[in-house]
Design a protein around this ligand. Structure first.
Ligand SMILES: Nc1ncnc2c1ncn2[C@@H]1O[C@H](COP(=O)(O)OP(=O)(O)O)[C@@H](O)[C@H]1O
Ligand SMILES: [Mg+2]
Ligand SMILES: [Zn+2]
Length: 254
């Protein structure tokens, strides 16, 4: 692919600007556009979400209650990105059922921040843990060994589908240390999860409809990632509970 040379600056990155009879050099917009594009490319956002934005987030027309709820969520995400980094809560946590648009909105927020010049990295939770585990193997590639460092050090970490994994001590310790390290160093985290949490109004026990009187329990976020990591996460993040809405993948095919 050939890159066209910017017409405004002839590719130098500087424009001559006349102001009140004086001429001076000024940074050309193409410098920022190129930088944003390079940072987007290195953010590891999966192809399915590469163009996810608030502009292409669609509100359901047939469900006004869900529509209003989602519109409110969009406003919150937008102001999160605009006012980033918030002194008290620099992070964002999106909680809700599968298919309600959590990853889409998390990526939209990350892309807005990248456009503002911040550096961000997307990690699927399961994939991050697999790579960290692989990193302990002698035969592992350097990239696997670096995954943990990246998760600790990147300016903004997007951790997608937090808790989508069985619990064991090793997982709990790893997640706790990533979240605690980021919290202690005021390094923002954007996270999404399907797991319920009572603090945002989720019920963990529900009476099953099939067998009358039988109580079903859902695994909570705290049970999956550990109480410590969960409470640090709530401390550092603006927490959004997504409204109940039909899975977008099903909505689209109807
Ligand atoms: N309101 C919406 N408008 C446009 N696309 C959406 C919307 N909600 C979800 N999607 C798309 O549907 C797919 C599933 O959404 P996703 O964000 O992955 O859901 P979740 O992370 O909550 O499971 C993605 O391709 C996403 O871009
Ligand atoms: Mg998701
Ligand atoms: Zn230019």
């Amino acid at each position: 692919m050939t890159e066209s040379v910017c017409e405004k600056c002839g590719g130098t990155g500087w424009k001559i600007q006349e102001r009140e009879g004086l001429s001076g050099a000024e940074r050309c917009e193409c410098v920022f556009v190129g930088r944003t594009r390079r940072m987007e490319e290195s953010s590891r956002v999966p192809p399915l979400y590469r163009n996810a934005s608030l502009d292409n987030f669609v509100l359901p027309k047939d469900n006004p209650t869900a529509g209003r709820g989602l519109a409110q969520v969009m406003t919150t995400v937008s102001s999160f990105a605009r006012n980033f980094p918030d002194e008290k809560r620099p992070g964002l946590l999106l909680i809700g059922e599968p298919g309600c648009g959590k990853t889409h909105l998390a990526v939209a927020a990350l892309r807005l921040l990248i456009a503002r010049g911040f550096e961000g990295l997307f990690f699927d939770y399961q994939n991050l843990l697999d790579r960290i585990r692989a990193g302990y193997d002698a035969a592992a590639g350097a990239s696997d060994r670096e995954a943990y460092r990246f998760a600790l050090d990147t300016e903004i970490l997007l951790l997608d589908d937090l808790g989508a994994h069985r619990v064991n001590d090793w997982v709990e310790d790893t997640v706790t240390s990533i979240i605690t390290h980021r919290c202690n160093n005021r390094k923002p985290l954007i996270a999404t999860t399907n797991l319920p949490d009572p603090e945002v109004g989720d019920q963990l026990a529900s009476r099953g409809t099939a067998i009358a009187g039988k109580v079903e329990y859902r695994i909570s976020l705290a049970e999956r990632i550990g109480e410590r990591a969960r409470s640090r996460l709530f401390e550092m993040c603006k927490v959004i509970r997504m409204p109940g809405v039909e899975d977008y993948r099903l909505r689209k095919v109807r």
